[in-house]
Design a protein around this ligand. Structure first.
Ligand SMILES: *[C@@H]1O[C@H](CO)[C@@H](O)[C@H](O)[C@H]1NC(C)=O
Ligand SMILES: *[C@@H]1O[C@H](CO)[C@@H](O)[C@H](O)[C@H]1NC(C)=O
Length: 323
C-alpha cells in the first residue's frame, strides 16, 4: 500500500517540478527576478525594487522594462550587449545622472523612457547613436539645461516630452533636426522669457505652430503669463548670459554635473565584485540556488525514503515467503 502511494507522490512532485522548471527556463532567464515573453523577446523587470539591473538579460531582448524600480545609477556598459533593444523603459527610478555613452550600442531603439527620475543634466552626445528613436520621454526630471546638439541625431523622433523640469531655455538649434516631430510637451518649466536666450525656441515654436506641430503652446513663460511662442525679440531683450553659455550648459550647472559623472567613473568595481554589483541586491530577490538546493535535497530525501521503503517491503516479503 505504502509503495504505490509514495511512488505516485514522487511522480506528481517530480512532474510538477519538471513543468515549473521548464517554465522557469522560458520565463525567468535572468535568474528569477524578471518575467520573459519569448515570442516577443520581451523582458519585464518592472516594479521589483531593483537597485541594479539584473545580469543575464538575454542578448536578443527587444523590449526591456525596468520602470518602477530603485535604480539610482547605471554602469556605462550595462546595455552594451543588448544591441537589439527597441523599447527601453527606465522611467520611475531614481537616476540622477546617465553615464557617457550608455545608449551608444542601441541603434535600433525606438522608444526610450526616462521620465520620472532625478536627472539634473544629460551627458554630451547621450542620444547621438539613437537614430531610430521615435519616442523620448524626459518629463518629470530636474533638468536645468540641455547639452548643445542633444537631439541632433533624432531625425525620426515623433514624440518628445520635456515637461516638468527646470529648463529656462534650450540651446540654439536644439530642435532643428526634429523634422518628424508630431507632439512636444514643454509645460511646467521656468521658461525665462526676459532673456534673449529664449528667442530661438520662441521663433521655432511659432514656425512649428504654423506647420501644425502639437504642443507648441505648452511652453509658458515663468513670468508674465504669455506663451513662449508669443515672445518677440523686444520682449526678451536682456542679454542675461554670455553668448557662449546660451548654447551650452551654463557654467554654474556644468561643474556639479561633471563632478557627479567623475564620481561615477572613479568608482572602480573589482571584476569579481562587478557581477555582484550588477546582480541582485535585494534580499527578497536572491538567486534561486538555495531554492534549488532545497528542492534537490528534498528529492534525494524522497528517493532515499522510497528506496528504504521498497527495501523494507522486499525484506518483509522475503521473510514471509521463508516463513
Ligand atoms: C536593427 O534592425 C535592422 C532591421 O530590422 C536589422 O537588420 C539589424 O540587424 C538590427 N541591428 C542590430 C544591431 O540588431
Ligand atoms: C566664446 O567661445 C569662443 C571659443 O570657445 C571664444 O573664442 C570666445 O572668446 C567666447 N566668447 C565669450 C563672450 O566668452
Amino acid at each position: 500500500m505504502m509503495g504505490p502511494v509514495l511512488a505516485a507522490c514522487l511522480l506528481i512532485i517530480l512532474s510538477t517540478a519538471w513543468i515549473s522548471q521548464a517554465n522557469e527556463a522560458l520565463c525567468k532567464k535572468d535568474g528569477g527576478v524578471c518575467s520573459c515573453n519569448n515570442n516577443k523577446n520581451s523582458v519585464d523587470c518592472s516594479s521589483k525594487r531593483l537597485t541594479a539591473i539584473p545580469i543575464n538579460i538575454p542578448t536578443d531582448t527587444e523590449n526591456l522594462k525596468l520602470n518602477y524600480n530603485k535604480l539610482s545609477k547605471l554602469s556605462p556598459t550595462v546595455f552594451h550587449h543588448l544591441t537589439k533593444l527597441r523599447q527601453l523603459y527606465l522611467s520611475n527610478n531614481q537616476l540622477q545622472a546617465l553615464p557617457i555613452g550608455v545608449f551608444d550600442q542601441l541603434v535600433n531603439l525606438t522608444d526610450l523612457r526616462l521620465n520620472q527620475n532625478q536627472l539634473q543634466s544629460l551627458p554630451d552626445g547621450v542620444f547621438d547613436k539613437l537614430t531610430s528613436l521615435t519616442q523620448l520621454t524626459l518629463d518629470q526630471n530636474e533638468l536645468q539645461s540641455l547639452p548643445h546638439g542633444v537631439f541632433d541625431s533624432l531625425t525620426k523622433l515623433t514624440y518628445l516630452s520635456l515637461n516638468s523640469n527646470q529648463l529656462k531655455r534650450v540651446p540654439e538649434e536644439a530642435f532643428d533636426s526634429l523634422e518628424k516631430l508630431k507632439m512636444l510637451q514643454l509645460q511646467e518649466n521656468p521658461w525665462d522669457c526676459t532673456c534673449n536666450g529664449i528667442i530661438y525656441m520662441a521663433k521655432w515654436l511659432k514656425k512649428k505652430a504654423d506647420e501644425g506641430l502639437g504642443g507648441v503652446d505648452t511652453a509658458g513663460c515663468e513670468k508674465g503669463g504669455k506663451a513662449v511662442l508669443e515672445i518677440t525679440e523686444k520682449d526678451a531683450a536682456s542679454d542675461c548670459v554670455s553668448p557662449n553659455t546660451t548654447t551650452a550648459i551654463p557654467i554654474g550647472t556644468m561643474t556639479p554635473a561633471s563632478v557627479i559623472y567623475d564620481d561615477i567613473h572613479e568608482i572602480k568595481v573589482p571584476q569579481e565584485n562587478f557581477q555582484k554589483f550588477l546582480g541582485y541586491q535585494e534580499p527578497d530577490h536572491l538567486p534561486t540556488q538555495p531554492q534549488c538546493l532545497m528542492s534537490i535535497s528534498g528529492y534525494l530525501g524522497l528517493m532515499m525514503s522510497l528506496m528504504l521503503t521498497s527495501a523494507a517491503i522486499l525484506y518483509v516479503f522475503h521473510f514471509l515467503k521463508k516463513a
